[in-house]
Design a protein around this ligand. Structure first.
Ligand SMILES: Nc1ncnc2c1ncn2[C@@H]1O[C@H](COP(=O)(O)OP(=O)(O)OP(=O)(O)O)[C@@H](O)[C@H]1O
Length: 278
C-alpha cells in the first residue's frame, strides 16, 4: 500500500534521511521506532506531502503523495490545531478536506467523538483544552475521513492512560478495517498493544524490520533483587523466571524487593548496535 524506496533528504550539512526504505501493507500497523533524530518525522513529512525529498520514491496505492491527499490522515508530532476554533469545527473542516459531506460527515463526527471521548468537548475552543484532550482532537482530525493510510507521529506524547488507550483502540479498529498505519513511538508497550510490526530507524534509514517475535523475543531483560540490607543484585537474562528462582534460592539474606524488567526498545537498539559492530 505504502512503498518508500531509498529516500534521501538533506538539510544543509545534516543528512536527515539516507536511503530510507519501508513498505506497509493494507491492514498493517508498523511501529516506527528509533532514537531522537533518526529521521522518523522527516519520513512522515515527506509521505504526507509536506516536504519534498532530494531523491528516492514514495507511492501510496501506486500514486505519488500529491495525488492521494484525501486518502492519507496525518497526526503531526507537535499539536497543530487552531486555538480559537471549536472541536466540532475542526472535525467539520478536516472531514470536508477529506471529501466527506452532509450525513456522512455528521455520522463520522458522531462516531469519532464517542470513540475518542470528545462528546462533551465538541463546542469548546481547542486552545482552552488540556494537552491530552488536544491529543485526542489531533488524532480525530487525522482519522475523520477514514483514510487508507494513517501517519501518526507520536500521537500519544504527553497523554494520560485513558487518552492513550482511546487512541490505541481506534487505531487498531481502523487497521482492522484495512487501513495501513505508520505509528511513530518511543514506547514498546504501545507496539505490543497494537500488535504492530516494527521498523527501527537509525541515522536516516531503516536498519531492522520484523515482527515483535523476530526482533524483541529472545533479547535479554533484567532481574533485580533488593536484599534487606539495601544491596542490589541485577542480572541480564533471557530466562527471567528461571533466573529469579535461582537468585532467590542462592540469596544469603532476606529479599525485600524483586523487579523483573522485560526487554525494552533500548535493549533492541543495543543489540542492533552490537550486531553492526561485530
Ligand atoms: N528543518 C530542519 N532543518 C535542519 N535540520 C533538520 C530539520 N528537521 C530535521 N532536521 C534534522 O534531521 C535529522 C532527523 O530529524 P527528525 O526530526 O526526522 O528525527 P526523528 O527521528 O523524528 O526524531 P525525534 O524522535 O526526536 O522526533 C535530525 O538530525 C534533525 O536535527
Amino acid at each position: 500500500m505504502l512503498e518508500v524506496v531509498d529516500l534521501v533528504k538533506r538539510y544543509g550539512p545534516v543528512t536527515a534521511l539516507d536511503g530510507f526504505t519501508l513498505s506497509v501493507a493494507s491492514g498493517e500497523i508498523v511501529g516506527l521506532v528509533g532514537h531522537n533524530g533518526a529521521g522518523k518525522t522527516t519520513f512522515v513529512e515527506i509521505v504526507s506531502n509536506l516536504l519534498r525529498q532530494d531523491s528516492g520514491h514514495v507511492t501510496i496505492d501506486g500514486k505519488p503523495p500529491a495525488d492521494v491527499r484525501g486518502q492519507v490522515g496525518v497526526a503531526p508530532q507537535h499539536i497543530a490545531l487552531y486555538p480559537t476554533v471549536t472541536v466540532r469545527e475542526h472535525l467539520v473542516l478536516f472531514g470536508r478536506l477529506g471529501g466527506l459531506r452532509r450525513a456522512a460527515l455528521d455520522t463520522a463526527i458522531d462516531d469519532l467523538a464517542v470513540l475518542l471521548r470528545l462528546t462533551d468537548l465538541m463546542d469548546r475552543r481547542t486552545g482552552r483544552l488540556s494537552g491530552g484532550q488536544q491529543r485526542r482532537i489531533q488524532a480525530a482530525t487525522a482519522l475523520i475521513h477514514r483514510p487508507r493510510l494513517m501517519l501518526l507521529d507520536e500521537p500519544t506524547a504527553g497523554a494520560d492512560l485513558e487518552t492513550r488507550q482511546a487512541i490505541l483502540d481506534v487505531v487498531k479498529q481502523r487497521a482492522g478495517e484495512g487501513a495501513a498505519v505508520v505509528y511513530t513511538t518511543h514506547y514498546l508497550p504501545e507496539i505490543t498493544e497494537l500488535q504492530a510490526t516494527i521498523a527501527v530507524a537509525r541515522d536516516g534509514r531503516v536498519i531492522a524490520r520484523g515482527t515483535y517475535d523476530e526482533l524483541i523475543e529472545g533479547l535479554p531483560g533484567e532481574v533485580r533483587l533488593t536484599l534487606d540490607n539495601e544491596e542490589e543484585i541485577s542480572v541480564s537474562t533471557t530466562e527471567p523466571t528461571a533466573t529469579l528462582i535461582d537468585l532467590l534460592n542462592r540469596a544469603e539474606r532476606p529479599v525485600s524487593a524483586v523487579d523483573l524488567r522485560n526487554p525494552s526498545l533500548d535493549d533492541l537498539y543495543h543489540s542492533l548496535a552490537a550486531r553492526d559492530a561485530s
